[in-house]
Design a protein around this ligand. Structure first.
Ligand SMILES: [Zn+2]
Length: 265
């Protein structure tokens, strides 16, 4: 089976659209979907989707874009308590998406950092992997991960499109690296070079749907079934078959997001 390790089913406008996305993906071999939380008010719908669909899992977390708004309605300590309560759901596989985004700076950097640190701490305390979003913030992302989690950090650099240094130091920390539709874009030659060097046992695949549709669907609304186009590019780069890539990335997913493993054995 294929796994979409990062999608946003909560951004589908109707329940029928969610059902359609899932059906079209299952028809081409998908067996699990990790729908990612970005805000506190995503959580009720994520819980409902995971309760309704056996193959839908989710994460809870505060995206760096949402850090300021979140702390305008709740304190850091009550945020911690709320997240801590939510992760007891067996279908919560990870913490995030969390991290730093200095490209958009939608939240002040100090606030992004506070909310990131809190989630690293919580993930570590509960042995959950982090789903990390980082953009134009390599230095601070690496420094904060090292300060808060040391080398024992579990997590994935989601939708990786960063520098070779971020990639190398992320691997040294033990992180996984996830490929999105960006690797299929004509201009992404440097990124494809980096993915040639990602060890097979640290590689994940994702869509980040509804964003970032791969070529030949670029510009359209993305959905899990389109991940096959990303997979083909990665399989070519790694000089392995699609079947081998599927086996390896699914195994990696179940290793990193180990709370999912009992559902598939
Ligand atoms: Zn995302």
């Amino acid at each position: 089976m294929w796994v979409d390790s990062h999608c946003h089913l909560t951004y589908e406008e109707t329940p029928e659209n969610v059902a359609g996305v899932l059906e079209r993906a299952r028809a081409v071999g998908f067996g699990a979907f990790l729908s990612i939380g970005c805000r506190l008010d995503d959580i009720p719908l994520l819980e409902a989707l995971a309760a309704r669909y056996p193959d839908v899992f989710f994460s809870v977390g505060i995206h760096p874009h949402e850090a300021e708004e979140t702390l305008s309605v709740t304190s850091l300590s009550s945020l911690r308590a709320t997240l801590e309560e939510k992760i007891s759901n067996p279908k919560v596989l990870g913490m995030g998406e969390t991290g730093l985004d200095y490209y958009y700076d939608h939240s002040p950097r100090a606030v992004q950092q506070d909310v990131f640190r809190l989630q690293i701490n919580l993930a570590k305390a509960h042995d959950l992997p982090l789903v990390i979003h980082t953009r134009d913030a390599d230095d601070d992302t690496l420094a904060i991960l090292k300060e808060e989690a040391g080398t024992g950090v579990k997590g994935v650099l989601h939708c990786f499109s960063g520098s070779r240094r971020l990639f190398e130091e992320g691997l040294d920390l033990g992180l996984y690296v996830s490929a999105s539709g960006i690797v299929t874009f004509t201009k992404a030659a440097d990124l494809r070079d980096i993915f040639k060097d990602v060890p097979l046992d640290r590689l994940l695949l994702e869509t980040d749907a509804p964003y970032l549709a791969p070529t030949p669907h670029r510009g359209k609304r993305n959905e899990s079934a389109f991940m096959i186009h990303t997979a083909k590019v990665i399989a070519d780069l790694k000089e392995i078959s699609l079947n081998e890539l599927q086996d390896q990335t699914t195994k990696n997913f179940l290793t990193l997001f180990s709370k999912a493993a009992p559902y598939f054995t």
